[in-house]
Design a protein around this ligand. Structure first.
Ligand SMILES: Cc1cc2nc3c(=O)[nH]c(=O)nc-3n(C[C@H](O)[C@H](O)[C@H](O)COP(=O)(O)OP(=O)(O)OC[C@H]3O[C@@H](n4cnc5c(N)ncnc54)[C@H](O)[C@@H]3O)c2cc1C
Length: 211
């Protein structure tokens, strides 16, 4: 099956990958984007409370670890070349919102709409069902649901004899709660995110790293 201007494409997620896919497919097909949260941005949506619904792993003092000159979409570079390259997460979210507005994908996004199943019909289409009990048929699907929504805690930490507080980096927000404490960073899998937040905490506490 080939993509034509009659093709319908379902896209799961309105983070950077989903809105970029939507922006590029809009001119050549009929698209629908499903986003479980009430706004776009994916990981770049910050919430001060890590326990609210659809909270991401974004933390208060995060600056990007890839220069903005390398991080923008090819058809929409970050503004103000020459200003600091390592910008705050708020700037990234503003950039993504502007990109979605400029590329006219916003009217095609169904917010508060979580995809709960996809199945194949007899004629080869994909049937999508959402948490609102709506169902849709598509010729093609793009899954852009991200990697970092659900924190993974290895089993050995769940029954750990350590008496102090153990948190997953997903729940970290601000360094203030670590003032004067001894902190050990157990770095598993996503090395760069944990390293960056331990560097922020190290300004207010004693840090040891274990990788
Ligand atoms: C702390 C942290 C710092 C980072 N720093 C950088 C950086 O400096 N530079 C960089 O390039 N990258 C960085 N990243 C990587 C970051 O994940 C990517 O920049 C980018 O956000 C990935 O985009 P995505 O669209 O694939 O996924 P996400 O941004 O995770 O977006 C996925 C979207 O899908 C939605 N979704 C998920 N499941 C469903 C469903 N079933 N139905 C409907 N919607 C659904 C989610 O609500 C979300 O909006 C960082 C990540 C983290 C966690």
């Amino acid at each position: 099956m080939f993509l034509t201007d009659e093709s319908s494409v379902g896209i799961i997620g309105a983070g950077p990958a989903g809105i970029s896919a939507a922006a590029n497919l809009l001119a050549i097909s009929k698209i629908t984007v499903f986003e479980q949260a009430s706004s776009i941005g994916g990981t770049w949506r910050y919430s001060d409370d890590p326990n609210v619904e659809h909270a991401t792993s974004m933390y208060k003092n995060l600056k990007i670890d890839v220069p903005k000159e390398s991080m923008g979409f090819p058809d929409y570079p970050f503004e103000k070349q020459g200003d600091p390259s390592f910008i705050d997460h708020e700037e990234v979210l503003k950039y993504l919102v502007k990109y979605a507005e400029m590329s006219k994908v916003l009217p095609h996004i169904k917010f508060n709409s979580k995809v709960i199943s996809i199945s194949r019909t007899g004629d080869g289409k994909s049937k999508v069902v959402t948490n609102q009990n709506d169902s849709f048929l598509f010729d093609f699907m793009i899954v852009a649901n991200g990697h970092y929504t659900v924190p993974y805690t290895p089993e050995q930490f769940k029954e750990c004899p350590f008496q102090g507080e153990i948190i997953h980096s997903h729940y970290y927000r601000r360094p203030e709660s670590f003032v004067g404490k001894h902190v050990t960073g157990m770095i598993y899998l996503s090395y760069k995110a944990e390293c960056a937040f331990l560097m922020v905490i190290s300004s207010v506490s004693h840090i040891a790293y274990v990788t």
